[in-house]
Design a protein around this ligand. Sequence first.
Ligand code: ADP
Ligand code: ZN
Ligand code: ZN
Length: 723
Amino acid sequence: MSHLIQVVVHTPAHSQVARTLTYRSELPLTAGTLVRVPLGTRELLGVVWDDHTDRASRNSDQGIPAEKLRSVAGSLSDIAPLTIAWRQLITFAASYYQRSLGEVALAALPPSLRDLNAQQLARRLRRHAKAADPGLPNDSCTFNQLSLTSEQTLAIERFQREDGPFLLFGSTGSGKTEVYLRCVQSVLSSNATAQAIVMVPEINLTPQLEARFIARFQPLFGDKSVVSLHSGMTPAQRLKSWLGAHSGAARIVLGTRMTIFASLPDLKLIIVDEEHDPSYKSQEGARYSARDLAVYRGRLEGAKVMLGSATPSMESWHHSRPLDEGGRYVRLLMPSRIGATGGLAITGGALPLVRRVDMNRQLKGCVISPPLLDAITQRVARGEQSLVFLNRRGYAPVLHCTDCDWKSQCPHCSAYQVFHKIDRTLRCHHCGYTERVPRACPACGNPDIAPMGRGTERLEEHLADLLASVRRPNSVSALQPEGEPTCIARIDADSTKLKGELQARLAQVHSGEVDVLVGTQMIAKGHDFRRITLVAAINPDGALFSSDFRAPERLFGLLMQAAGRAGRDGDISSHSEMWLQTFHPKHPLFAALKRHDYPGFAAEQLIERKQAGMPPFSFQALVRAEARTQAVAQGFLTAASAAATEMRDAAHLTQNITLYPAVPMSMQRVANVERAQMLIESPSRTALQHFLTAWQTVLHSTRQQPVGQGLIRWAMDVDPLAI
Ligand code: ADP
Ligand code: ZN
Ligand code: ZN
């Protein structure tokens, strides 16, 4: 007798293949078992699914007589079945983000499981099983327990007492990481199989955090207790971490957003550090938010959830309003910075003084205003460091001919090619198209084409000129009694392309070798620089008047984070400063920043959002369409929108739903592809979900019609971050 088995395999996002496929198997296979199944001429990895988690899968292959069904090729019996909770998480994510179950389920598994053939995998697993001894706690290296600040103590006590979800609202340098460590420790030591997920936004920040977690927890829970998961790892490393988590041997899984889909048999805690960070939202495939899924998964599995930030997202901040106003998260406050000298638990390290330079009063074309230059010079002379921040890489954003007005437009995109002086190229940052810099204007032959505007490369060069005669105090070399020249370093995507380059530059900064660090937002986040006493934002105005309603939130967060890099050492924090060069010194955003007043800023933002009916007071989705022409891209969206009114039960489904007209995206053309989008909005999340699910079918069928011809692709983004 053979059994009929429902299996989820990877199916293309918009294929109309049923959610699960039916196979025959000689043995009964429990749901969650990993199997290999034939599909067409290939053999694919699949997961046995069942009706408990997925009602819709029942009878999915109706019509195929049982004897025609193909058989499961084999099961990966060395790997325990995935739990029902994991399958429910996947089912939810697929349905909420409007993608196919197969795509989400298979993307959530380590690539090696999909890509290796049966023999290769068996070999890999045997090797892993041999090494799977959890390792003994190694108590030879016990750590010094810091004595906690009273704010940390209170936060941890509430975490232990209450269920959460928690929003840890702690200033930069308030000691949030120590709170995470203690919360993990308290959950893991009270239950011998309990596991925790700790997420960070950037791969670059994982090694730092990993080192701290390993130092703290390997002595307590064994060498195998801490593993990482992020896209910078090799497939073999990822498989190893994944199996560690899945088998329960790893107690702590650290990583980037993909970690939210890791399989953990006894998950009891999820921590999301810097929860406001946009990189928690995936920008391709299923556009999931790992932060939002963390909250969902916590509820599903009875795990506590802690989100942490100095500048929470408006959504999380709003959810953590007082209970009697409808709040759902517990807000934990740590407003004070740690004045860390010699590990003493005293709070009161000062936040930097914020100074605004009114650029309307500076000479035209001035890049570094004289008072800022003065302040930087003083720091160099005192042996302190400055961080100068400009969110634009390259030498200049555009090359320009003053005679005929030619500009270095990318031939394939609605964007300029950026001038990179180092290798004398013009590079499009959107499609990658690269050319040598022309000797003369391609339009009129004028040899005098000039860079317009400024990126980090040019800023670095400019600062080197300005600081050429400034000497730093003489530290190493007795040969230069008058001091050494200023050392300037740049950190951005260009200067850190090669492996290890970023680590090397950061080490230079930490060692004190660097006096002035120039960079993009890469340097504004997370790093614990000790000797920086000045942070300057050269041109932060761009985001003030952006059409994206989240731009002010992002700018405020970025500037707060950047300010947080200054004065982290209590000894010198008393004179640390954050400088803003702006044409709008009176802008309320900068005023709130000067007061270090996130709650004040957030309150204003939320009032505006409420009046305008924006998230978190409404819910949004975007459908994006790509084609060779705008007309086709927009035509598809418009037709699908019109067809929504003809859906079965349309009157009910479109109630409370606003479908906006199709418009070109702000980056309208990339690599010769025209892009359009349509916004869908509703005051009710449920109403939006029901509508989107029904409308999917309409979008699929619209694509099959004449109006869908020439469409390259379309995709839905639920809870989009950028409009
Ligand atoms: P945040 O993540 O909130 O910006 P960190 O966790 O990086 O802050 O803490 C800032 C610094 O304070 C770190 O160097 C950390 O080791 C130190 N620190 C944290 N808690 C304490 C404490 N209780 N006593 C002394 N130093 C502490
Ligand atoms: Zn010209
Ligand atoms: Zn381009």
